[in-house]
Design a protein around this ligand. Structure first.
Ligand SMILES: *Cc1c(COP(=O)(O)O)cnc(C)c1O
Length: 390
């Protein structure tokens, strides 16, 4: 083995000094909403398994006996029967003309943005967008305009400045993953229309969760027909793995040839496709998962308001409690862990400096009693640790 260079060891020391080292935890599944994390049994409020499907035995059974590997990129020979079925199931679930699969949601964003815009074009991105959209924008080499979170007056100014670009693309999270609120999609659609821009909405946290049929933030705000394309993941509420794009048939045909993370990466394993198809079926057959989750989210938000904790207004299962410093967030998370509740501390660079937070992820696998227990624990630690004004 070669000797580790100083910059590498110094980099790790710096993370430690700034309380930004991230543990590599080991997680074992227990009962609904529960995990054994590094040997401690906890109610798990860290997972994006919003509908409680990731550990559902019906998904495991659907995948049983199905090959574990695809063998090649979808363009070469990796498009198995289960893969084709899943594309069909996604397009149908999403009420879209066509769907295209990617190895992950991250890969979907990273491959799609550079396929749509490049040198000389312009791309517009909300400052709080997910890392995969940010990286997709950078990789595209289009002129990048970052607008302050939901500041549409600034976006409009930027769109006007880029009127000469051959193509314009606005990219946004639908449901923002660290704050739990929706993008102003109606206004974004109007701007996209006025300035002849494409609009890409990342539904990663909203698929299966928001909207009357669970299609996500665009459904819940009634703008599905006005966005150019929607990107989703099969790894959160759907409980499996993989990413997808839905849009027009022509758009999907174009991405099939041009989205490099799909062209040059092995297709999602057939077993994973089978599990995801089963999950999409269950999401439609069991809408009570979604309504139960909504109820839990309302219950928790009500408690946090009563406790006067700093929680941004929002919808859906992501409920942050802003704490401030990285050390305060870590300490709050540690105190909750002592009470058998796992709520991760989210620190910079995932969120802007000074806005470290607890991020509570609810799941349909939780009970009302789990939420009560969490609210009580937050109440008992708030005086000591959470920076709230009395
Ligand atoms: C999680 C996430 C992704 C990445 O999806 P994976 O399937 O986990 O790679 C992309 N965008 C957003 C907004 C996400 O939250």
């Amino acid at each position: 083995m070669t000797r580790d260079p100083d910059w590498l060891l110094d980099g790790l020391s710096a993370l430690q000094r700034e309380h930004l080292l991230r543990p590599r935890r080991r997680v074992q599944p227990l009962g609904p909403g529960r995990s054994r994390i590094d040997g401690h049994d906890v109610i798990d409020f860290s997972s994006n398994d919003y509908l409680g499907l990731a550990r559902d035995s019906r998904l495991t059974r659907a995948a049983a006996g199905v090959p574990a590997g695809a063998g090649a990129s979808p363009l070469v020979s990796g498009r198995s029967e289960h893969y084709c079925q899943l594309e069909h199931d996604i397009a149908e679930f999403e009420q879209a003309e066509a769907a295209l699969l990617f190895p992950s949601g991250f890969a979907a964003n990273l491959g799609t943005v550079p396929a749509l815009v490049s040198n000389g074009d312009a791309v517009f991105s909300d400052r709080l967008n997910h890392a995969s959209l940010i990286d997709g924008c950078r990789l595209s080499r289009a002129r990048l305009y970052v607008y302050h979170h939901t500041r549409l007056d600034q976006l409009e100014h930027q769109l006007a400045k880029a009127a000469d670009a051959p193509r314009r693309l606005i990219v946004t999270d639908g449901l923002f993953s660290m704050d739990g609120h929706l993008a102003p999609l109606e206004s974004l659609c109007q701007l996209a229309n006025s300035y002849d821009a494409m609009l890409l909405v990342d539904e990663a946290h909203a698929t299966g969760v928001l909207g009357q049929h669970g299609r996500g933030s665009c459904e819940s705000l009634g703008v599905e027909d006005q966005v150019t394309l929607r990107i989703g993941t099969l790894s959160k509420a759907v409980g499996a793995a993989g990413g997808f794009v839905v849009g027009s048939r022509a758009l999907v045909d174009y991405l099939w040839h041009h989205a490099r993370t799909q062209v040059f990466s092995t297709a999602i394993p057939p077993a994973t496709c089978a599990a995801a198809s089963k999950a999409l079926e269950l999401i439609q057959l069991e809408p009570n998962r979604r309504t139960h989750l909504e109820q839990l989210a309302r219950q928790l938000r009500q408690h946090l308001n009563d406790l006067k904790l700093d929680t941004p207004a929002g919808v859906g299962p992501i409920v942050p409690v802003i704490v401030g410093s990285a050390t305060a967030a870590l300490e709050a998370s540690r105190l909750l862990a002592e009470k058998g509740l796992f709520v991760p501390a989210i620190r910079p660079p995932t969120v802007p400096g000074g806005s470290a937070r607890l991020r509570i992820s609810l799941s349909a696998a939780h009970s009302q009693n789990d939420v009560e227990q969490l609210a009580q624990a937050l109440q008992s630690i708030r005086c000591e640790e959470l920076s709230v004004d009395e």
